[in-house]
Design a protein around this ligand. Structure first.
Ligand SMILES: CC(C)(COP(=O)(O)OP(=O)(O)OC[C@H]1O[C@@H](n2cnc3c(N)ncnc32)[C@H](O)[C@@H]1OP(=O)(O)O)[C@@H](O)C(=O)NCCC(=O)NCCS
Length: 132
């Protein structure tokens, strides 16, 4: 993990944050969190929520807290007219997949995630685009 406290302070607590965190507590203790930000669908003409991270501490699992976090994000979607609520899950994370399926989430099997980072990203950025 590369993220630092300074980066968290900058990105979550700066003047115009673009990434957000919902916290769930149990007995006065932070039990879990969901980190999210907005994306946009040109098909729908609407923003949506992208769930970046969901975590419930092991000792608090199985008590409905993970579901409560997702219910809160679903409410933010409906309250704001957002069209979709989505996320990625690693294909080996069977417990998380079963958890998501338990409330009707479906896998987008025909989509593949692409990424450019590190050296290829640097190389791509160096090429001058023929755009004005
Ligand atoms: C996945 C995770 C967030 C679930 O949180 P949780 O608080 O334990 O889940 P909940 O108690 O809210 O479970 C909600 C529902 O999902 C079901 N569920 C949870 N885990 C399940 C599992 N492994 N298999 C089947 N169903 C499961 C529960 O039975 C419950 O169903 P119900 O509402 O009908 O009773 C938690 O296990 C976690 O933090 N895992 C490690 C991090 C992780 O993998 N995050 C996801 C990355 S994509």
């Amino acid at each position: 993990m590369e993220i630092s406290l300074a980066q968290i302070e900058r990105d979550f607590f700066g003047s115009q944050p673009k990434v957000f965190c919902e916290i769930v507590e149990s007995g006065g203790e932070v039990a879990g969190f969901a980190i999210w930000f907005l994306n946009y669908s040109t098909w729908q003409g609407k923003h949506g929520i992208y769930l970046e991270d969901l975590f419930v501490k092991p000792q608090f699992r199985g008590q409905g807290l993970g579901k409560a976090l997702l219910q809160r994000l679903a409410q933010i979607c409906t309250e704001n007219g957002y069209g979709r609520f989505q996320w990625w899950v690693l294909d080996w994370n069977e417990p998380a997949i079963e958890f998501y399926k338990s409330f009707g989430a479906i896998a987008m099997d025909t989509w593949t995630v692409y990424r450019v980072s590190d050296q290829p990203l640097q190389e791509l950025a160096k090429k001058k685009p023929p755009l004005k």
